[in-house]
Write a protein that binds this ligand. Structure first.
Ligand code: NOJ
Length: 548
């Protein structure tokens, strides 16, 4: 029996119910449709799904503007459908992580409606208000292209309210104990409905000073604020001891370990530092960004774990790169029309677009990702190489329907195309008749089959989660080897990011007769004490041997 929690080396699949699979032909994906695709997720080998917000919402930020924490948007199904989804996912051995947005609500949430209507109401203090915005606490808005600042005037209240994201997303006053109690109730409710854990949206902004009395972020402030996340962990674990709390905390590298609260707050957090560097490294065919990411990341092994990823449903945020690389990535990865740049920090492109549609490059990126210690999040559609639709507004570009087959709407929905939540990609090299699950299923060389093989290889290699990890020196700047030592075995995962053949010789102190090829097309020849990897462009190869 393992004493490790399931989430310490999980493969987590991120999906949006709205765009995953539509069972009733209204153009909106739904929970019943998602249930129909659980077999697909099972075959892909994922341990958990992270379902993006599905609550009633005016959808002015894709559902990250929640109008009711206790219900399902009726276009997506009912609460009973959610429970059925969770039950059936569990039967497939797949856990369910839901997305909870606690930094802010929609301005259509009843709390905000009551807060603005009556300053005497207890709901008024659920939010942050000022009559003197010029003297109030200031900081930059997180969506700078769309919002001038963090204070907006509310005509009903006759005051300004604080919002770090869109103006229709007023920040909750999480310092108010009554608000905190509400949030804990929401956590308990969804665990009760079958959730196994939560992605907590905007965890970093949650702890930022808010309101007119706030000063600057300092250690004292941090010291007090972490209690919120510690209490969330206690609440969640009291209900379900193996439930997980996953932070979206896009903070500076030196602050990241803070969110783990010495092992008492978040169990996991997204690794935005590695994300920027890893996706960049594979695109520019050079391994230095990987080394840099590992140098600047804190060692968190005693307190929590990372969730690594290549892309997500937002912009590909480049702010964690050093200045020169940031500027380079801004130009290098831009689409031809220069239309992809957003929020002064990233590209609204999918992984396939970033790599010019090069399937081998997408595959080697997945091999690097899946052979990093920690957990992994896969973005729905990246496993088949879907592309973005830049004609859609803002980040909707990367949120088009899943492409299942070459039937109308890519098999996502039987609705008329104009009735779909977002249109399926139907033009160009990423169109659904070219890029879809059905076409790749059963073809051992397809991207889908290769990602599936990598997920399964990772499952078969306990070394990745439990072994000692290091990266032997390589002769070429384009090659990278991950080495794991675990209970008498050595696992080497070798990658070539170059567009040409590379040979790399690495120490391999194992019995040559014991060497087993785990996954990947790259060649190798083992000699006493070492192995020569023979890697064509974008090849990878994982080898395991018994230690001498
Ligand atoms: C992070 C989410 O990933 C993003 O989509 C959203 O717009 C912001 N948080 C605000 O909730």
């Amino acid at each position: 029996m393992s004493d490790r929690a399931w989430y310490e080396d999980a493969t987590i699949y991120s999906l949006d119910v709205k765009t995953f699979n539509d069972s009733d032909g209204d153009g909106w994906g739904d929970f019943t449709g998602a249930i129909e695709r659980l077999g697909y997720l099972d075959e892909l080998g994922v341990d958990a799904v992270w379902i993006r917000p599905f609550y009633p919402s005016p959808l002015r930020d894709n559902g990250y503007d929640v109008a009711d924490y206790y219900a399902v948007d009726d276009r997506l199904g009912s609460l009973a459908d959610f429970r059925e989804f969770a039950d059936q996912a569990h039967e497939h051995g797949i856990r369910v992580i839901t997305d909870l947005v606690f930094n802010h609500t929609s301005n259509e949430h009843e709390w905000f409606q009551r807060a603005r209507e009556d300053p005497e109401s207890e709901y008024h203090d659920y939010y942050l208000w000022t009559s003197h915005p010029e003297d109030a606490h200031q900081r930059g808005n997180i969506f700078p292209e769309y919002e001038d600042g963090v204070w907006s005037y509310d005509e009903v209240a006759g005051k300004h309210y604080f919002h770090q994201f869109y103006g229709h997303q007023p920040d909750l006053n999480v310092a108010n104990p009554v608000v905190r109690a509400e949030l804990y109730d929401v956590l308990r409710f969804w665990l009760d409905q079958g959730a196994d854990g939560f992605r907590i949206d905007a965890a970093h902004p949650m702890l930022m000073p808010k309101g007119h009395n706030a000063t600057t972020l300092d250690e004292t402030e941090l010291g007090e604020s972490i209690e919120l996340f510690k209490e969330m962990r206690r609440v969640v674990e009291a209900e379900q001891s193996d439930a997980v709390l996953l932070a979206e905390a896009d903070d500076e590298p030196e602050h990241l370990d803070y969110y783990f609260g010495d092992g008492e707050a978040f169990n996991l957090q997204f690794n935005f530092v590695m994300n920027a560097h890893l996706t960049y490294a594979v695109g520019v065919k050079d391994t230095w960004p990987l080394q840099r990411a590992e140098e600047i990341l804190p060692d968190v092994s005693d307190v929590g774990g990372w969730v690594n990823f290549l892309r997500n449903h937002d912009e590909w945020n480049l702010l964690k790169l050093p200045e020169e690389a940031f500027q380079h990535a801004r130009e290098y990865f831009a689409d031809d029309a220069g239309d992809s740049w957003i929020f002064e920090r990233g590209h609204r492109l999918r992984l396939a677009d970033l790599y010019g549609g090069d399937r081998d490059r997408i595959a080697v990126a997945h091999s690097l990702l899946l052979s990093l210690p920690g957990s992994v999040a896969l973005q729905s559609g990246d496993e088949i190489g879907m592309g973005a639709d830049l004609s859609l507004p803002e980040r909707e570009a990367v949120r088009t329907p899943m492409q299942w087959d070459d039937s109308p709407n890519g098999g996502f929905s039987a609705a008329a195309p104009e009735d779909c939540y977002n249109p399926v990609v139907d033009e160009g090299e990423y169109a659904y008749d070219r890029v879809n699950v059905a076409a790749q299923r059963g073809d051992p060389d397809s991207l889908l089959s290769r990602v599936e093989a990598l997920v399964s290889a990772r499952d078969a290699c306990p070394e990745i989660a439990r072994g000692d990890y290091r990266t032997p020196d390589c002769d070429h700047k384009e090659t990278r080897v991950h080495r794991f030592d675990h209970e008498g075995t050595v696992l080497l995962c070798a990658h070539n990011l170059a567009d040409e053949y590379r040979e790399e010789i690495v120490g391999f102190d194992v019995d040559p007769d014991s060497v087993e090829h785990v996954v990947g097309d790259g060649g190798h020849s083992v000699a006493e004490g070492g192995v020569t990897f023979e890697l064509d462009a974008c090849d990878y190869a994982w080898l395991r041997g018994e230690k001498r």
